[in-house]
Design a protein around this ligand. Structure first.
Ligand code: MG
Length: 280
């Protein structure tokens, strides 16, 4: 977990619901700060002037805090999972670095599958409601979570957003995580499948540089393949690295822009829906 960029339970998350409704004006949700939790304890120690073993103490304390935060998140993620099961909702967690094409993939998917499959979206970004507005333009219901200084969604933020979104029974929930290949990999949201989106405009060694993300994912989408003639990207090398990190990874190559490979993605979605229905 990143301990310097503000991705802790201290981060404040704000929700914006689309389409806006009678709740307009109360969109800004602030999480409780859990003042009985360990981070207050941390401040006490840091200010007490005990420099003798501060570095070592701080390291072990940081590790313990990370474990506490992740354990708490995992408990809340299990609650979300139960919530999804009770409503037969299939949830995907979409993760990537910024600009890989998560929102564009969702827009096209909703336009081309939305008539057959009820789809709802939760959008995660540090600031702005731009992505939720793009999703809303497709006619799909969307909730925006703004994480402020936080660089990932967590299970508690998701639970708050679910109450606002109220996705219908049997729907497909697409969760677009904050653009980041590091911290989102560690935070279970209660989703059924984790999808990492890479693109050919990035380095083909991303799976080696961010192995936790590719290890945690079930599906890897390699987007923007229409740009391959123009960029020095080795597809075989990238996929080889990804499978080296995670031999079970399912890999799809596509271009949201020109539609190449989208049919395979839709087959994958339908297959997951079928498996989900069979399991319920
Ligand atoms: Mg986006």
């Amino acid at each position: 977990m990143c301990s310097t960029c503000g991705c802790s339970d201290e981060a404040e998350a704000r929700l914006t619901v689309f389409p806006t409704d009678h709740e307009h004006g109360s969109d800004h949700h602030h999480h409780d700060h859990h003042h009985d939790e360990p981070h207050d304890h941390t401040h006490e120690h840091e200010h007490r002037g005990d420099h003798g073993h501060l570095s070592e103490t701080r390291t072990s304390r940081t590790l313990r805090l990370e474990q506490d935060i992740l354990a708490r998140n995992n408990r809340l993620a299990e609650r979300n999972r139960g919530w999804f099961e009770g409503r037969e909702i299939l949830a995907f967690n979409l993760m990537s670095s910024p600009g890989a094409g998560k929102t564009a993939l969702l827009e096209r998917t909703i336009r081309e599958l939305g008539d057959d499959i009820p789809i709802c979206v939760i959008e995660g970004d540090q600031e702005t409601t731009r992505d939720a507005e793009r999703i809303r333009a497709t006619g799909c219901r969307a909730v925006q979570i703004n994480t402020g200084s936080g660089c990932h969604l967590d299970a508690e933020m998701l639970a708050s957003a679910l109450k606002r979104l109220d996705p219908p029974r049997g729907s497909l929930l697409m969760i677009e995580n904050v653009g980041n290949l590091v911290c989102p990999a560690l935070f279970d949201l209660g989703e059924r499948k984790r999808i990492v989106i890479a693109s050919v405009t990035e380095g083909d060694d991303k799976p080696l540089k961010y192995p936790q993300m590719f290890h945690a994912a079930h599906i890897m989408i390699l987007n923007k393949v229409d740009l391959l003639p123009h960029v020095p990207f080795d597809v075989d090398r990238c996929i080889g690295y990804a499978l080296q990190v995670n031999p079970k990874l399912r890999v799809l190559q596509l271009s949201v822009q020109n539609g190449d490979g989208m049919a395979e993605w839709y087959s994958c979605v339908r297959e997951e829906i079928g498996l989900h229905e069979a399991a319920n």
